[in-house]
Design a protein around this ligand. Structure first.
Ligand code: GTP
Length: 197
């Protein structure tokens, strides 16, 4: 099977990720660490990748930072625990990406939201545009409201992913609809101060 990713055509507050840069030239080292570990690396700036199962979180991380070809992402297995990846190509580029499983249960007592969200700079929520995104919107709302409660300084980014199967009109309509619904949900919960980008 051959996946073809097209260039992203939209750029606005809601990021539409339609293709992966071919090479970012980062020399990286994979790590599969326990999130509880207290090594000094855990104090690096941290970006969280969250979203429903199969939305494409690991693919984004592998293609952007590990030069994986988009076709190879077809064979990625589902992530079943938090996968911490050190991105440190120089003293200027030095941060961590935490790739979460799609089925994170925020109500599970072992999910330590304090530890996870306190030290986080940005949370990227990935939405599969080819899927029915209503469930993803519910999950987005739950995720950002939980994270905001712990750390209101987090930058929240919504990536509308897998737009390669959509027409240009459909891309714009999907982006507008997701933007509208996500912000309506926040307004309904009196969380207007929380800004999604
Ligand atoms: N059409 C299309 N498929 C994609 C794209 N990005 C990823 N995929 C496919 O989506 C599927 C799921 O990708 P993953 O990266 O494993 O998704 P995930 O969100 O990490 O999944 P979990 O670990 O289960 O939460 C794979 O078969 C990928 O090849 C894209 O931009 N377009």
């Amino acid at each position: 099977m051959n996946i073809q990713y097209e260039e992203p055509t939209l750029s606005s507050s809601y990021s539409v990720v339609g293709s992966f840069p071919k090479s970012f030239g980062y020399g990286l080292e994979d790590q599969d660490l326990d999130p509880e570990d207290s090594s000094p690396s855990t104090s690096k700036p941290r970006i969280l990748l969250m979203g429903l199962r199969r939305s494409g979180k690991s693919s984004i991380q592998k293609v952007v930072f590990h030069k994986m070809s988009p076709n190879e992402t077809l064979f990625l297995e589902s992530t079943n625990k938090i996968y911490k990846d050190d991105i440190s190509s120089s003293s200027f580029v030095n941060f961590q990406i935490w790739d979460f499983p799609g089925q994170v249960d925020f109500f599970d007592p072992t999910f330590d939201s304090e530890m996870i969200f306190k030290g986080t700079g940005a949370l990227i929520f990935v939405i599969d545009a080819q899927d029915d995104y209503m469930e993803a919107l519910g999950r987005l709302h739950l995720t950002v409201s939980r994270a905001y409660k712990v750390n209101p300084d987090i930058n929240f980014e919504v990536f509308i992913h897998k737009v390669d199967g959509l027409s240009d009109d459909h891309k714009i309509e999907t982006q507008r609809d997701i933007h509208q619904r996500a912000n309506d949900d926040l307004a309904d919960a009196s969380l207007e101060k929380l800004h999604l980008r």
